[in-house]
Design a protein around this ligand. Structure first.
Ligand SMILES: Cc1cc2nc3c(=O)[nH]c(=O)nc-3n(C[C@H](O)[C@H](O)[C@H](O)COP(=O)(O)OP(=O)(O)OC[C@H]3O[C@@H](n4cnc5c(N)ncnc54)[C@H](O)[C@@H]3O)c2cc1C
Length: 345
């Protein structure tokens, strides 16, 4: 029996698996999934999963394939094909060093490249949906390999056709990047302010990367073995996207607190800051739960295994308390961002 899965996750929680196998390239990944005893869990960086204390009653396949290849280029752009197990931030560092713009604001996000399409990873005004051109997958239902064009990936805010379904194994991802010494126009106000530019301006790629890494570290959002605030899955809840009626009800219920930070979207929908809702519902940074868990001392949205010895049940108990209190106060339901494996909120 292999040891607990806690050692394979950034939260450092989760019980044992029946079997753990590592796949070093795409062919091995397909073989491992075909040969595995069901159920199967694909696990890469373990930075977006919450695994139950009972562990996983099947085979865990670790994605350990590496490689970045240029598959097409012209005067203005470069398309790279990246193996699923390539650490995401190594790819970002390489793009910045090569003068390829498009993912520089996604510096410092933990985990693998193959997991980025799963929840359309995003931060500081960029998301991978803007640069992905296709995702090579193994289809476990049909038993075939195919490339799904970006337009068919169903990318949404922290979502895609791949999230919460077992059908697809991501083997590699293609990104089309722009040859440019400058970043894409900076969209995120805090980033622009820190860079000393206006929203919409461009900055040298390396400056964008350096400042994003600094901002993230200040929020405990870059993995650091010496910082217990980073023993997390990053943001535990997504920012709720509300229809107009629910948003107006929220404004009424929060009238005494001022308007929550909000970003209008398509179809009259409004995305609202989950961190604000949590804070105003009475949970400050550092708020402790039972059993060694706590809200990060740097970021209200991150729930941490503060002691390093907490259980998943402790973390979920804190998450439930927060969700229920936010709902009672504001009538808004928060949803978890990570994938919950063999446990529920
Ligand atoms: C400190 C911290 C900060 C973070 N900041 C951000 C952020 O700013 N923005 C953001 O979007 N996310 C953020 N995250 C979440 C996380 O880093 C990303 O979602 C990342 O892409 C997960 O990659 P992973 O390899 O660790 O995936 P894992 O946790 O290993 O897996 C996540 C899910 O994807 C599936 N999966 C993984 N690889 C494959 C594959 N090859 N094929 C099929 N399924 C697969 C798994 O089965 C699971 O369901 C943060 C996490 C932490 C800990």
């Amino acid at each position: 029996m292999p040891g607990p899965l806690a050692g394979y996750t950034t939260l450092r929680t989760g019980g044992p698996a029946q079997r753990i196998v590592a796949a070093g390239d795409a062919d091995e990944l397909v073989q491992a999934v075909r040969a595995a005893t069901e159920p199967v869990l694909i696990l890469a960086g373990g930075s977006n999963v919450v695994i139950g204390d009972a562990g996983f009653p099947g085979t865990v396949v670790l994605v350990r394939s590496r490689g970045i290849r240029v598959i097409a280029e012209d005067a203005t752009s470069v398309t790279v094909r990246v193996d699923a197990g390539e650490p995401w931030d190594d790819l970002v560092a390489a793009t910045v060093a090569n003068g390829w713009a498009g993912v520089e604001c996604l510096s410092g996000i933990p985990g693998s490249t193959g997991a980025t399409p799963i929840q359309n990873v995003g931060a500081y005004g960029q998301e991978v949906a803007e640069t992905i051109t296709g995702v090579e997958v193994y289809d476990r239902v049909q038993g075939t390999r195919q490339t799904i064009p970006a337009a068919d990936c169903g990318f949404t805010y922290r979502g895609s056709i791949f999230k919460y379904v077992d059908r697809w194994v991501v083997l590699s991802v293609d990104f089309r990047l722009t040859r440019s010494p400058l970043s894409t126009p900076v969209r995120y106000a805090e980033l622009a302010r820190t860079l000393g530019v206006e929203v919409g301006e461009q900055v040298p790629l390396a400056d964008a990367r350096t400042v994003v890494l600094r901002l993230r570290a200040g929020k405990g959002m870059v993995l650091d073995a010496n910082d217990p605030d980073t023993r997390s899955v990053g943001s535990f809840f997504t920012n709720p996207v509300l229809d107009r009626t629910t948003y107006e009800q929220l404004l009424e219920r929060s009238a005494d607190l001022g308007d929550p930070p909000a970003w209008p979207g398509a179809d009259g929908l409004v995305k609202v800051s989950a961190a604000w809702l949590i804070d105003k519902a009475g949970f400050a940074k550092g708020h402790p739960g039972e059993g060694g868990v706590a809200i990060s001392s740097k970021h209200t949205l991150a729930l941490t295994n503060r002691s390093g010895t907490a259980h998943t049940s402790d973390l979920l108990a804190l998450a439930r308390t927060i969700r229920d209190q936010v709902h009672a106060r504001f009538g808004v339901t928060l949803h978890p961002e990570p994938v919950l494996i063999n446990c529920t909120l």
